[in-house]
Design a protein around this ligand. Structure first.
Ligand SMILES: Cc1cc2nc3c(=O)[nH]c(=O)nc-3n(C[C@H](O)[C@H](O)[C@H](O)COP(=O)(O)OP(=O)(O)OC[C@H]3O[C@@H](n4cnc5c(N)ncnc54)[C@H](O)[C@@H]3O)c2cc1C
Length: 460
């Protein structure tokens, strides 16, 4: 088998991996990103997400660096909706434009190669150190050797194959998956006028922290329980009566992104081929049903049609590695700082309930945020490996604060930079000099400290 050698291998060029690759390359490492789909960005693009959450603590911006650079590039293309960039918790953006912009962003770097339509299918471990992977495209199967491997597959697939410890909740506890869709032909003025005249009654499923969010741009609504309350639904739509459907405007006229929390009763890492096929078929049919219900029962949607079904089924939760540190709910509610802070998070913690009806929510007051420690990206028992994105080490109630796309990108910059430093200094990711990592991240624009602080407070 042919072998290629790199300093850093990034497995999965999704939300986290694309920034991880960028950071590694910019810091001097010869970097390969291997992505199984035909675009960069993962859930950010192929997942058609649309609401890029986690930028502020409701009073101050807490995310900058390469994530902000991407946001600026999208702004230049008119592909972002914002209200006040310094306090918005979220930006609404165009996932299709993002595909092109991510290609351009990486295309400007000298040290980076991206293989599309190529999967990491096996991992090479020598003693306890991950030293590479086997990758497979339609045409070829080759061995990649790398000094550091970064697992940004979302599912901690590389870490799991390498034998690193991980956790996964059982089928009946895990957060539901959702396939994102988009409706076009929406009369948004009419929709907004309708909700202004008919305020939501059954809004207990709206997280209090999100209610009347002044720091959220564009239009966002938590439905459709109230909309369907008095409707005589045909039998095939009856199951939607209790669903949570979050819909948001986009940068484009007459367009709405639909994010339904409705449960798909199969685990995100289901092993059975039949299960995985059913997830796709059921979720696609559900989107069609939601579109029909909205068209029929919500004023302003009369002429709306399903214009897009995302090409990646959205997984909120699957494996989480057991890292050198596991983030806890107490860390969030205490707005804890860590000696190895590499970023910040402030969105309400909690998770979508498994049946898809609501969310548990834990919020912080405006102006407070939590540090993100580097150690939660270091899988126990393995060297040469970093893990970032929604599969890092945390207890489930922390999920909604750590898995947002802004925080995934922040972690991406941290692991990419750490990997390059490990290569430069001939050490392992675990032995990287933390003050040097933090200084490098700060030099490259990242926000590590709470608003108003000049340095990180004593760690816990
Ligand atoms: C339904 C839903 C709604 C959400 N809503 C929001 C929201 O409104 N705002 C927000 O900020 N966040 C939201 N999130 C969270 C956020 O989108 C995700 O947590 C985040 O995008 C995950 O990033 P990631 O890099 O970990 O994974 P991904 O972005 O999924 O990237 C993983 C990448 O790895 C690739 N990959 C996987 N395995 C392999 C392999 N073996 N070989 C090669 N490539 C591989 C995949 O193709 C993918 O591109 C939502 C998530 C879901 C599922």
């Amino acid at each position: 088998m042919r072998t290629e050698e790199y300093d850093v291998l990034v497995a999965g060029g999704g939300t986290t991996g694309v920034i991880a690759g960028l950071a590694a390359a910019r810091n001097g490492a010869r970097t390969l990103i291997v992505e199984r789909q035909r675009c960069l960005g993962g859930q950010f693009t192929a997942g058609s997400q649309g609401a890029w959450v986690g930028f502020s603590d409701k009073a101050n911006r807490i995310v900058s660096g390469m994530t902000w650079e991407l946001r600026d590039l999208l702004m230049e293309r008119g592909a972002v909706v914002e209200d006040d960039p310094e306090t918005d918790v979220c930006f609404l953006y165009d996932p299709e434009v993002s595909k092109v912009v991510l290609n351009e962003m990486l295309g400007r770097e000298e040290n980076i190669t991206t293989y599309f339509n190529t999967s990491v299918v096996d991992v090479i471990v020598e003693d306890d150190t991950v030293v590479g992977a086997i990758i497979q495209s339609q045409m070829d199967r080759i061995e990649i050797r790398a000094k550091v491997v970064i697992d940004t597959t979302g599912d901690a697939s590389v870490a799991a194959q390498a034998g690193a410890p991980f956790e996964i909740r059982p089928r009946k506890e895990i957060q539901p998956m959702t396939l994102i869709g988009r409706l076009a032909g929406v009369d948004l003025d009419k929709v907004q006028a309708h909700y202004a005249a008919n305020p939501v009654e059954f809004d207990h499923h709206v997280p209090p922290a999100w209610r009347d969010y002044k720091s959220f741009p564009g239009f966002m609504h938590y439905g459709i329980r109230d909309d369907l309350k008095n409707a005589k639904l045909p039998q095939h739509l009856e199951y939607l009566r209790h669903w949570l459907v979050i819909f948001t405007s986009t940068p484009n006229p007459g367009e709405v992104t639909i994010n339904c929390s409705g449960a798909i009763e199969a685990q995100s890492t289901a092993a059975e081929f039949e299960d995985r096929a059913r997830q796709e078929i059921v979720s696609q049919a559900c989107l069609y049903d939601v579109a029909e219900a909205m068209r029929t029962y919500i004023p302003g949607f009369e002429n709306a049609y399903l214009s897009l079904i995302a090409s990646q089924l959205g997984v909120r939760e699957s494996r989480r590695i057991i890292g050198d540190y596991k983030l806890t709910l107490d860390d969030f509610t205490s707005a804890r700082e860590f000696e190895d802070n590499v970023g910040r998070a402030a969105m309400p913690a909690g998770f979508h309930t498994p049946e898809g009806e609501t969310m548990t929510v834990y919020d912080l007051p405006a102006g407070q945020s939590m540090g993100i420690p580097y150690r939660c990206m270091l899988p126990q028992t393995r060297e040469g490996l970093l893990v970032a994105g929604r599969c890092v080490s945390y207890e489930p109630p922390v999920a909604n604060t750590i898995r947002n796309m802004a925080q995934c990108m922040v972690m991406g910059q941290a692991v990419g930079t750490a990997a390059a430093l490990a290569v430069e200094h001939g050490t392992t990711p675990r032995a990287v000099d933390i003050p040097l990592l933090q200084a490098t991240l700060r030099e490259q624009g990242a926000t590590l400290d709470p608003a108003g602080a000049s340095s990180v407070a004593a760690g816990v």
